[in-house]
Structures are given as structure tokens and as C-alpha cells.
Write a protein that binds this ligand. Sequence first.
Ligand code: SF4
Length: 290
Amino acid sequence: MMVALKDFDTKERMQWCPGCGNFGLLTALKGALAELGTPRHETVIVTGIGCSGKTCHYVNTYGFESLHGRPLPVASGIKLANTGLTVIAEGGDGDGYGIGAQHFVHIMRRNYDLAYIVHDNQLYGLTTGQASPTSLMGMKTKTTPWGVIEKPFNPIAHGILGGATYVARGFAGDPVHLKELIKGAIAHKGFALVDVFQPCVTFNYLNTYQWFQERVYKLEAAGHDPKNRDAAMEKALEDSKTDYKKIPIGLFYKEERPTYEEQLPQIKDKPLVKHDITNVDISAAYEELE
Ligand code: SF4
């Protein structure tokens, strides 16, 4: 089925600040869905809470804005109920690597067939600029007026070690490159993480578009082999090892591994939603609870 880019537009009034990196990310996401020809009625975008949470309102597919840090459990539930759907989870760095960190860790080792896109703006944007797990050391925010003193969380290294089978990082300032990474994530069979540098032009005065443009380089152009796990880990640590002077973007790691869903005998032949429930009687269970 052919799907045009404009088919994914909605009539919602966008509430992101002018110049926000979320616009580049949204363009890349819609472009990826259109180029893959993903049917809108078979696609679900699940978000958490934050500026990123609005994404599901701005793409004309099914959508679910869940709780803070909870897009992954909701997305995995949807996938388990109907394995035929394309399920995309989205959230911010605070949402996914802070509040939702426990879900992130366990969902990766299970390898659900989901694409997880993280709007990584290195702070909490919707709550007006507090330090997040990926804020760099020394960064001054409302909650860290003398600068962050904690080491930042490394999502790429955690993704590779944690069992994600597709681990990539893009930059919202390069939506064409990012679109390819998102396409790869959606097409991949297994858990795909795409961490996206998404400049917050209103509250993050350190990690600006220019800051990233001066530092990022593409792994594909550097001859990186995404099947090589050791090389992927090496690249994942390059940013901190170079004091963020060199920051790789692109596909770090990819492997094939059975998904969680395909190992469940209950849904091997057909998804849960296609099971016949007309003869299921749960009144005995209700009576026991009375
Ligand atoms: Fe974007 Fe930051 Fe504005 Fe949120 S607060 S919409 S992340 S620029």
C-alpha cells in the first residue's frame, strides 16, 4: 500500500517551541513511515510524558500518550496483544532513562519487536529545564546552578550491553540521515533503540545545533561494522573518552535474535486479538474474589 508523507499529518496545533529539535525528528519519523509504506491503521505510536509525548498527537496513526516513563510497558502490551501491528515507543531522556529506566533495562533483554525512539535533549524540557540523566557534567540548569556533578548515562553502551538488537543514534539537525536510522529500526525484527540528539533551543544553552554540528560524525562514513559488538562498544564510549569532542552517530550495533513474542507458544499461530473468547467463562474467578 502506498502511503504519502502528507497522509501522516494531523490537524493538531503543534505546541513545540519554534526551532525545537522535535520538528526535525517528527519529519524524519513521518518520512520513514511513508517510505516504508507502513499502513496507518496498523501502526501505533506510544509516548510517555514530556515535550516528546506530544508526538503521538502529531502523526496520523493510532496513538497512546501514556504515563511518565511508561511508554515501553504499554507498547509491549500492545505488541503482545496484536503482533501484527507496527509499534513505535517514544519518550524523552528523562522519561526513558530516568523514570522509566527499569522498563528500558528489562525490555531490551526480552527483545520485543518494537522501535524505541528517544528524544534526547539532555534535560527535562516540559518542566522548564532541569538536569536529566544525560545532562553533561558541568552543565548549569535550574536544579544544578553550580553545574551537574554526576556522570551522564550512556544510552548507546547500555543498549548494546542490555541486549537491544538494533542500537543507533541520530541527530535531529540531520533529518535525512535520521530517517534512514528510523526506517532501519522499524523494519528490524527485535528491540531497536534510536537515541536522537534533539536540541532544546529554549532551555539547553550548551548542546545547541552548532555544538552538535561541530562534533558529530557518521559511523557509516568511518567504515564501522555494526555486526562487530566490540567495535560498537568502542564507538559507544568514544564521546566520553574524547571529552565529547568526537561524537559518532549512525548504526552502532545490529544482531538477529528471536523476539520475545515469537517464543510464546500461546501466540505462535495467531495473535491474542484473533483468539476466540466466546466460550471463555471467567465467572468462577469472579466468584472466588467476592
Ligand atoms: Fe523543544 Fe525544549 Fe521547547 Fe520542549 S522546551 S518544545 S524540548 S525547545
